[in-house]
Ligand binder design. Sequence first.
Ligand code: GTP
Ligand code: MG
Length: 198
Amino acid sequence: AQIKEVGFVKSSGKAKDCPKDGRPEFAILGRSNVGKSSLINALVKKKEVALTSKKPGKTQLINHFLVNKSWYIVDLPGYGFAKAPGSVRMDWSAFTKGYFLNRDTLVAVLLLVDASVPPQKIDLDCANWLGRNNIPMTFVFTKCDKMKRGKRPDENVRNFQQIIRENFSQHPPWIMTSSVTGLGRDELLLHMSQLRNY
Ligand code: GTP
Ligand code: MG
């Protein structure tokens, strides 16, 4: 399940502009600043394959990265970087929703959840939206190396999972990660290879 080579293929502004070669793909989704681009870099062990930033809203398009010439990792814009204050409903731009509903080659969504903060309503809304639309997801908890305001990452994760259990008949798979320490990297690569069936 190792990554031998990875290359940026293209940025797309809408689903119908995405690559059409039929290779399987995994979409990386989550709040702005949760660590989507950093996770991609950690997976492929390269510093700046995907561009990262301390400021939210760095990734603005659908970005395809081809791995081992056989499957894609897709970096998406984050949600929840709300221009409308207090907005808690899904505020993806139409193209991101269009991507999820029309992308036949999508194997699963890796829904990234920040383990350094308590459960956020917008992440639960997102999980519920994916669930309602029958899009397979895996929870990838990020920043497990980091403790904020005295709340331990494992406690935040437990609380999040408790809420998920109340909403889903079957709890989606989950993996704890850190892009800083490399925690969960091999587990996540193995998980994705199992989902691809090779
Ligand atoms: P958008 O593209 O704006 O949606 O953000 P993103 O989800 O791609 O986040 P990005 O990877 O750019 O990371 C945001 C910030 O979080 C950066 O300052 C990263 O260095 C930091 N960060 C990401 N992953 C981790 C992690 O595992 N641990 C710690 N401590 N910091 C992290
Ligand atoms: Mg990004």
